[in-house]
Design a protein around this ligand. Structure first.
Ligand SMILES: Cc1cc2nc3c(=O)[nH]c(=O)nc-3n(C[C@H](O)[C@H](O)[C@H](O)COP(=O)(O)OP(=O)(O)OC[C@H]3O[C@@H](n4cnc5c(N)ncnc54)[C@H](O)[C@@H]3O)c2cc1C
Length: 489
């Protein structure tokens, strides 16, 4: 027998995308159910661990929308879906304003453009994971309370596992908890499960031949349920091969003091990164996120090592948040040092002849400012190269730290999931946050922003559902829909 529809919107996943959407939809008068697989009040997710910077490709979200749009196009080499890029560029600032109105607090965390809007309180200036009472954790609690005050319902400890479809329309989802199963019927379903970084099988299918050799640089609670559920009903996928992450010391695999910081992107971007044969295999000038992807794709992702010298250690290694110099050493990370490159090769177990050849060829072309003739080329778009020539020489074994997967369910600018067969929206089905693809990625794994993507698309999803179901926006409440005028929600 058909069950009566119970909710206007069922949201799967209570990170920042899911909570933002659930609060917004409740504010618009919809009857909302939010489902979260974590049982604990302080269930873990990337939004709870987040660093908290609301930026767009490291630009200030308050820059002119056309400049932000261009920055997105540039870092993704034109990969970003225009509608999604446009939504980010125009509505990031309004998403932040809306979050403030709900009680989230933001601060300016430094002079750089990307530090102008940080969730407060910002992360502690010490290595290792410290999330309790920090910006992400506080914001999730604030949004959770807001949802309850608006009458929205929560189910914690329940995992969405299957979509209910009737004649091509999504009419709900099936959720399980400790052997019990419930059919949750709704006018619309929004998937916000945070990606597939926690699923080794899916990582192997799309990202890395040896995913067990990547370091999870986040909560790893995104296990690809939304992706699997979408694929089962013919949803389109986009940008599956790229991840967002950073380079870590290999010691981070067994030492929690060494992640999420310090990251080694700036050392690797200044020095030479080699594989187990002491050969270069990627362009170190394309930045840490790109290098993380290249290392993840190696047959043995744990074979990568960065070679550098004192000039790099005293220069680029001292920059950025919790820089490697001095934090890598303070937190117990291994740095191998030697007076000659041959001795360094011996200590690292690398072929000495090959290391000398690789570094001398690299130095020759870098000194002549001809990195482009190297194979692979050495660009300087993201990071200036240094010749590695003055003792002492150093080597650090690297791990690719995966924070979230950039690819996922393809959506339009209203967050409606698209069908693979004809690119048309699947009625009743939406997705937002790290389980979606189409904005980030491209040839050089262009990173835009996890938090802006999650909050803008959560808001747009909620508003589109409300609009489709005929809910009028309360007086004075502007909408985030695609029909919103440019420059304001
Ligand atoms: C250390 C760190 C630092 C970061 N710093 C920044 C930063 O400064 N700026 C920035 O923009 N981004 C940053 N990010 C990324 C950003 O935090 C994330 O992209 C964003 O929070 C993702 O939000 P989300 O809602 O998509 O996913 P999540 O926060 O991962 O939430 C997904 C939720 O879905 C739940 N779930 C999963 N499967 C199911 C299921 N089947 N049923 C029900 N629930 C389910 C999970 O338990 C989880 O609670 C950082 C991330 C980390 C880990």
């Amino acid at each position: 027998m058909m069950q009566k529809k119970s909710w206007d919107l069922v949201v799967m996943g209570a990170g920042i995308s899911g909570l933002t959407a659930a609060v917004r939809a409740s504010q618009r008068g919809l009857k909302v159910l939010l489902l979260e697989s974590g049982e604990h009040d302080l269930y873990l997710c990337n939004s709870r661990f987040t660093g908290g910077a609301f930026h767009i490709a490291f630009h200030d979200i308050n820059e002119a929308p056309e400049d932000l749009f261009q920055a997105i196009e540039q870092v993704t080499e034109g990969f970003a879906h225009r509608g999604l890029a446009d939504a980010m560029a125009n509505q990031a600032r309004h998403a932040v304003r809306w979050l403030r109105q709900q009680g989230a607090r933001f601060i300016k965390a430094g002079p750089d453009a990307w530090r102008q809007n940080f969730l407060a309180p910002p992360g502690l200036l010490s290595t290792g994971l410290h999330w309790q009472g920090r910006g992400g954790d506080v914001t999730l609690r604030v949004l959770g309370q807001r949802l309850e005050s608006l009458g929205g319902e929560w189910l914690r400890g329940w995992r969405g596992c299957e979509l209910i479809m009737q004649e091509g329309v999504c009419t709900g989802l099936i959720a399980v908890c400790k052997g019990e199963q419930r059919h949750l019927l709704a006018q619309a379903v929004l998937l916000c499960d945070g990606g597939f970084q926690g699923n080794l099988e899916l990582l192997q299918e799309f990202v890395s031949p040896a995913p067990q050799k990547l370091k999870q640089r986040g909560a790893a609670t995104g296990v690809g349920d939304a992706l699997r559920m979408g694929r089962e009903i013919g949803a389109k996928l986009s940008g599956m091969e790229n991840i967002y992450g950073h380079l870590l010391s290999q010691d981070a695999l067994h030492d929690d003091r060494l992640w999420p910081y310090p990251i080694l992107d700036l050392i690797a971007g200044a020095g030479v990164v080699i594989n187990g044969a002491a050969e270069r295999f990627m362009d170190e000038g394309r930045g840490g996120v790109f290098m993380t992807n290249c290392i993840a794709r190696l047959v043995d992702p744990l074979s990568a090592c960065v070679i550098f010298d004192k000039a790099i250690w005293d220069g680029p290694a001292t920059q950025f948040i919790l820089p490697a110099n001095p934090h890598l050493v303070k937190a117990g990370g291994t740095i191998v040092a030697a007076d000659t490159l041959s001795e360094l090769a011996d200590k690292l177990g690398l072929p000495a002849d090959a290391l000398l050849r690789t570094v001398s060829e690299y130095n020759r072309h870098v000194n002549a400012k001809h990195g482009d003739v190297l194979n692979p080329p050495r660009s300087s778009n993201g990071a200036q190269p240094f010749a590695v020539e003055k003792a002492p020489f150093y080597g650090v074994r690297l791990a690719a730290g995966i924070t979230y997967t950039m690819g996922g369910l393809a959506t339009d600018a209203n967050a409606q999931v698209l069908q693979s067969k004809d690119d048309r929206p699947i009625a009743g089905l939406y997705a937002a946050g790290s389980c979606t693809g189409g904005l980030e990625g491209g040839a050089y794994a262009g990173y835009i922003s996890g938090l802006v993507k999650a909050s803008v698309m959560g808001l747009r999803a909620a508003d589109h559902v409300a609009q489709s179901l005929g809910f009028e926006a309360p007086p004075g409440l502007a909408t985030f829909g695609s029909d919103a005028p440019k420059g304001q929600p």
